[in-house]
Design a protein around this ligand. Structure first.
Ligand code: ADP
Length: 503
């Protein structure tokens, strides 16, 4: 072996990590690459056992096998996770062989190669494979759920469409069946809408549109739109605000915030038989904390996390078939997070739930947003102004009237597209049309097309809960000058109206 050491000048030139030990395993030689590799200088390792490299993470049996193999004169090959002098872990592939002189082992020679990078790559590949499999599993669960959720309303549509064929059907039954068909179709549209939102959330494609939003007003609007449904169920309904009107104008995505609160209030309404529902917000330093609380059926403790995952519903006798496919809270959570906040629920099973979410509080400089506090009288000219409201839902009509009422303003109301076309023919004084899209008998696109034929210069604003680009494009093609999403934000509505009438 002395001879071998002497030839270390040659060994030093081999581009590999080489360790040579004596017959009891104490190091006699390490190649220059070893220092680079393990971080120990020659002096620090000569005379010591390679055991100092052990990470403690390899099974004991592996070292037993190694020693057994080389002591019996054979070559050991394997992978070891070792530790550098700095404590950093690394992986190496090792070939260790005994060197014999006339049948007696005099030394051991180890040639090693650092394979840490390959190992990481392999781990990443395994992880991404697991991830891909999980994604596939979720995708097929998603498709399975979609088909299940679509089948239920489809059943209603097909079944009642078939019953409508009966020539002896009474008028009442006919109306009842067509209503059921319409409700089922609405439910289908709602589902498709939710699927679109969830998939764009999951693909990180949902855009946040931050604009100045009058928070107190948004809460008042929500209160107005839910008030009668609460009264119908005999529930007490209240809201609370904690900022002044001026301070409550914040930079946020008002549409999403409104949808979050709408979803939570809708759920509260759905799962509360008696008692009360409250919602509101308080300011906590640079956060706003919103809440929607109810005295409903509550949520079991072990499910308070799960309800925020897509398609999760707790089986409940209260469910009346108008469920949203278990997507409501997943969308709500997604939106809250997009706005920079978080959501949780505190609940006691049997006595109610309190959903709490936060958003950053970023007030707007009030001077630059005078329009938000503008009144209709500032927006409209002094001369009489007539607005045609086309809307099949009476609460929404009322809401629009409340938002737009002012001196010199009159309203005409049509409950479907057909009536709207007729009213435009009869009333040349109409200056503006607010057109709902989804309506019975004749939808908003068709009505807009016909109205534009009669009065090409009459501005029409489409109003719809469907917010996709395609819907906006369709409205534009039909002849709408602008598009506003439901639930309608008063300041946005006034802004759009003002833009149109001052053109
Ligand atoms: P869905 O759209 O089917 O209502 P959500 O995602 O909105 O689904 O809600 C998921 C589940 O969480 C519901 O099916 C219900 O079991 C439970 N849940 C949601 N809100 C409430 C509430 N306010 N009170 C009791 N349970 C609730």
């Amino acid at each position: 072996m002395d001879q071998l050491i002497k030839s270390s000048a040659y060994l030093n030139q081999i581009p590999a990590v080489i360790i040579i030990t004596d017959s009891v395993g104490d190091i006699e030689y390490v190649s220059p690459l070893f220092s680079e590799h393990a971080g120990y200088s020659n002096d620090e390792v000569i005379g010591r056992n390679p055991r100092i490299l052990q990470s403690g993470l390899m099974p004991k049996a592996l070292y037993e096998d190694l020693w057994q193999t080389i002591l019996s004169g054979r070559v050991w090959r394997g992978e070891l996770q070792n530790k550098k002098k700095t404590g950093e872990l690394y992986w190496e592939k090792a070939v260790i062989s005994p060197i014999q002189n006339e049948g007696v082992i005099t030394n051991f020679l180890a040639i090693k190669e650092d394979i840490t990078a390959e190992k990481h790559l392999k781990d990443e590949l395994i992880a991404s494979n697991i991830h891909a499999k999980e994604r596939d599993r979720l995708k097929s669960k998603f498709l399975h759920n979609i088909s299940h959720e679509i089948r239920t309303p489809m059943n209603g549509i097909l079944g009642f469409a078939h019953l409508l064929k009966n020539p002896h059907l009474s008028k009442e039954d006919m109306f009842l069946y067509t209503d059921i068909i319409r409700l089922s179709a609405d439910r289908l549209l709602g589902l498709v809408d939710n699927y679109t939102i969830i998939s764009s959330l999951e693909a990180d494609e949902t855009k946040v549109e931050i604009t100045p939003t009058a928070l107190n007003e948004l809460l008042r609007d929500l209160y107005a739109s839910f008030n009668s449904a609460m009264a119908d169920k005999g529930l007490l309904f209240n809201y609370s605000i904690s900022l002044s009107e001026e301070d409550s104008i914040i930079e946020t995505d008002g549409g999403k915030l409104s949808l979050i609160l709408t979803n939570l209030i809708q759920n509260a309404l759905k799962f509360t038989r008696e008692g009360r529902i409250d919602f509101g917000y308080t300011r906590k330093a640079d956060l706003l904390e919103f809440y929607v609380s109810d005295s409903g059926i509550g949520i079991p403790l072990d499910q308070t996390e799960k309800i925020f995952t897509p398609f999760y519903s707790i089986d409940s006798i209260l469910l009346s078939g108008d469920d949203g496919g278990g997507l409501g809270l997943a969308i709500t959570k997604g939106f809250v997070e997009l706005l920079g906040g978080s959501i949780r629920v505190d609940s006691v099973e049997g006595s109610g739930s309190n959903f709490v979410f936060t958003t950053p509080y970023s007030p707007v400089n009030p001077i630059s947003h005078h329009l938000l506090t503008a009144k209709m009288d500032d927006v409209f000219p002094l001369s009489p102004f007539c607005i045609l409201l086309v809307e099949d839902d009476s609460t929404s009509t009322l809401l629009l009237e409340q938002m737009l009422k002012g001196r010199n303003i009159t309203f005409l109301v049509a409950e479907n597209g057909f009536e709207a076309v007729e009213l435009v023919q009869l009333h040349p004084e109409i200056n503006l049309v607010l057109m709902d899209i989804k309506m019975p008998i004749m939808n908003g696109y068709e009505a807009t097309r016909l109205i534009k034929k009669q009065r090409p210069d009459l501005p029409i604003i489409a109003q719809s809960a469907f917010t996709s680009k395609e819907e906006r494009q369709k409205a534009k093609e039909a002849g709408c000058a602008d598009f506003i999403t439901k639930p309608i934000n008063k300041s946005e509505l006034l802004e759009k109206v003002q833009e149109l009438i001052h053109q």
